[in-house]
Design a protein around this ligand. Sequence first.
Ligand SMILES: C[S@@+](CC[C@H](N)C(=O)[O-])C[C@H]1O[C@@H](n2cnc3c(N)ncnc32)[C@H](O)[C@@H]1O
Length: 440
Amino acid sequence: MEHGMRTLNYLGSKLRLLDFIEGNVLEVAARGSGVCDLFAGSGCVSYRLSQSFEVTSCDIQHYSKVICEALLGGCSISETEAAQILHYAEGEGSRPLMNAFRPLIELEDDAIASRNLETLAAILEHGSVEVFVIEDSDSPLSAVQQEVVARLRADGLTGERSLISRHYGGIYFSYRQAVQIDALLEAVSRVSAPSGRSLLLAALLSTASDIADTVGKHFAQPIKARDSEGNIKPIVYNKAVRDKLAEVFPLYSEWLGRYRRLERSSRPYSVLQGDYMDCLRSLGPEVKTIYADPPYTRDHYSRFYHVLETMTLRDTPQLSTTTIGGRTRISNGVYRADRHQSPFCIKSKAPGAFRQMFDYASATGRSLLLSYSPYDETKPTHPRVVTMQQLLDWAGERYELVRTVSAGEFRHNKLNSSAHLLDASDEAELLIVCTNPTKR
Ligand SMILES: C[S@@+](CC[C@H](N)C(=O)[O-])C[C@H]1O[C@@H](n2cnc3c(N)ncnc32)[C@H](O)[C@@H]1O
């Protein structure tokens, strides 16, 4: 079986640590027993653990559920069905929207071909048709946007059919790519089997993650087109050539093949979407072990991956606003307003959130393996919301045996030994392994 599958360009993905994680879970959990991947994210840990255990994947984000279902479920889409979906999206599925967006598509194509930085910057800064409609504001693109809006209205395409093109076209994707994503979303929505839909949608989420025209391939913010003096940065053109010209349909076809061919374990599995405590409360007795990889910085995943969430929900989100100089406008990132605020990313709430997790896991007789990546002050990463020492203290309140294992050197420490504090060589990822040997 394949050992790992990179589904998304995901912050904090544990793709490179799968051997380490699986090895340590196998030390405390019997092969074939139930293991919960409590913060599953891009699903790579769930997929790997499914090769040795009955996995339950949980995450608050809906896109994570779709990806995990696609990784763990059987492949229910035949090659013929896959080809039909692509055929529809490339042809009649995209034609009406392509026609409506043609003025903006041509404007963007011409700007890339002629290296027109002014237009490319204007597209990044004012390109969202949805924002243009809501704010009714003036921009260098107004006339062309007005024409596109008129065409969308005339053709009855103002709803979900143009969701991604209207919101994110020009900003996170080229207009053409966004139209093609919408066409694929429409094709996927017509598939009746839920497992088939998950696989098809997962391949589209992976495609969107690969082509995102952003620094870091997430959606925390669009590329900032200008420096502090207002000059347009060369990245506006360089990234456009690299990302906005990427071809959606061939890439989607590749991803579909990858998901379809993926070997899956025949063990039972389940996938839950929801808050970690709700997920914990709904675990069955077969789940004896929890692997937890929560966020540790102030960056909410819901902001970094809001576009994937909107693709998954295919709703019409309320958009976040920002007030600058007394003027309230839709935020540049075109974020959904209902983004999940994780207690793990909020300094005042994180201690309570961790303690609840330790309390519940130990009270229900489960071992807990908690990932932690120490903060390296020499690198521009964000500081951690909680310290390693706090985690060890909270774990020690509930578990008899707490040891830390480093992915770098596999050093084992007992909770109360003085050697467990971090030193310079401990910059590698750590696992805090919590067990209650006498209560099992
Ligand atoms: C560090 S990432 C997990 C990465 C994952 N192990 C991987 O390899 O892709 C943390 C995850 O926690 C999820 N999360 C944050 N707060 C949550 C909460 N309150 N309940 C459930 N999931 C949450 C985020 O959506 C994110 O996917």
